[in-house]
Design a protein around this ligand. Structure first.
Ligand SMILES: Nc1ncnc2c1ncn2[C@@H]1O[C@H](COP(=O)(O)OP(=O)(O)OP(=O)(O)O)[C@@H](O)[C@H]1O
Ligand SMILES: [Mg+2]
Length: 353
């Protein structure tokens, strides 16, 4: 992985800034940048200006500190040091840094995978054990129902027992489905079709009420994916939005294609071709996510709903992962929630994940 370097003179003018630094900061090199004040060159990146400004003021300069650049959605790891001349007088400062965004994303999905694996194993064990007694309850309640055809009260109680047992069984099936490895059957698929289907399925899963839904898809947008699984992704996201909106408000679904630059620090060749991606956003103007909840929503079994299983978003994440995609969420309490799914147009994925 290459490093970004920026060096400044004691008077605040830029002495050096390499290409990687421009890339990481999302800036373009302009003639005459060298020799200009760093506060001017980095005008659009106030967070970096703050770090560099501390170079001559702090007694202990940060070694291996991390900085999150929110505007760029990027994380950098940096070291700041003073440059001294032979007499020990400080004549400038240098900042060395790396783009940690991808490292962080990889670590995050690795962590999630491990957590899912152990939770999944446990859940599969429990689900498996529960299946037989549940089937027993269903069968025996059915038998009993036939033995007391004339008792209305008993019939109604038995009907309740049966429906509760069915519900428990549905949860067990969902749990088993969740822990099973994702097997992709990749086909070229029309994105608009998948989204339309997902809206219909979400409507049958939960009540839409008077929620206004707009679907806006770039014409002809297609993607190589497992259409059933992908439609499950959007069904879950849309159902969550309906549930959050509680029958009123707006749900905006958009899909566009975008060429995404590969990160040269990770690419095999020095100037990799940009990858075509599809970006689907599902945005509602519901209550939003409380800050303390945002980190947990993708965890299996995390739910804030009395009837929720908390598996919806965990399954979403798993399927998106299997497609080599990513999912991000941004939410402002009181304003709404936006889920963004980014998927490669052509799938290089294997069949098993
Ligand atoms: N659009 C949204 N707006 C507000 N909160 C949301 C939204 N989507 C998800 N959440 C929160 O994330 C939690 C987890 O969602 P997830 O879909 O995983 O489970 P669930 O909807 O609670 O249950 P299930 O989907 O299994 O029926 C929800 O309980 C809810 O608190
Ligand atoms: Mg859900």
């Amino acid at each position: 992985m290459r490093n970004g370097v920026i060096a400044i003179h004691r008077d605040g003018t830029v002495a050096l800034m390499n290409d990687e630094a421009y890339r990481i900061f999302g800036l373009t090199r302009r003639a005459g940048d060298l020799g200009r004040l760093f506060t001017d060159v980095l005008r659009e990146r106030p967070a970096i200006i703050r770090v560099l400004s501390g170079a001559f003021e702090l007694s202990h300069l940060p070694n291996r500190a991390e900085l999150r650049m929110r505007d760029l959605d990027r994380v950098i790891g940096y070291t700041l040091s003073q440059v001294v001349d032979d007499d020990g007088t400080s004549i400038g400062a240098a900042m060395f840094f790396k783009d940690l965004t991808l490292v962080e994303q990889r670590e995050e999905s690795e962590r999630l995978r491990n957590r899912l694996a152990s939770l999944g194993e446990m859940a599969a064990g429990i689900a498996h054990e529960l299946k037989n007694p549940l089937a027993g309850i269903e069968v025996m309640a059915g038998l009993l129902r036939r033995q007391v055809p004339d008792s209305k009260d008993a019939q109604s109680l038995l009907a309740d027992i049966l429906s509760e047992a069915k519900l428990a069984n549905a949860i067990v099936v969902e749990m088993l489905e969740f822990v099973r490895p994702v097997r992709l059957q990749v086909e070229r698929t029309d994105v608009a079709d998948v989204l339309q289907q997902a809206v219909t399925m979400a409507e049958s899963k939960t009540s839409r009420g008077a929620v206004n839904v707009s679907v806006d898809v770039e014409p002809g947008l297609a993607i190589e994916c497992d259409d059933h699984q992908l439609s499950q992704v959007f069904t879950n996201l849309i159902a969550n939005a309906f549930e959050a909106l509680e029958g009123k408000g707006h749900l905006a679904i958009t899909a566009v294609s975008k060429l995404v630059e590969a990160d040269p620090a990770f690419a095999a060749s020095p100037s990799p071709a940009p990858t075509p991606m599809v970006i689907v956003e599902v945005a509602d103007d519901g209550p939003g996510l409380p800050v303390e909840v945002t980190d947990k929503i993708f965890d299996p079994f995390f739910t804030t709903k009395p009837q929720g299983s908390g598996l919806g978003l965990a399954i979403v994440r798993k399927i998106v992962d299997a497609h080599d995609g990513r999912i991000d969420v941004s939410s402002t309490p009181g304003v709404g929630t936006r889920f963004r799914v980014t998927l490669p147009v052509s799938s290089a994925s294997g069949w098993f994940k």
